[in-house]
Design a protein. Sequence first.
Length: 90
Amino acid sequence: GGCAQVLSLMLRPSFPSLRCYAYEPPGCIFDDVLSEDCKEWITSIVRHDDVVPRVTQPNLESLRDEFFDVVARIKVPKSRVFHDVRSPCP
């Protein structure tokens, strides 16, 4: 999806009638201004609660902040918390 969006942006000047249908593109491809400019020819298709289209800088910053808030409030050793986070799930 993200590659299709970038490619359509590059090809649009040569093919003004170009339409792009991006399936589950990452949310961090374009900024707000560029997204607004491209909305007439790019259609993004997102299925249910997929995480990839919701990966944006503000969302990642919010996740980081919430994680550190929780870590600050819990009553277990912080070294254990960070070790458990880095360990793969069984």
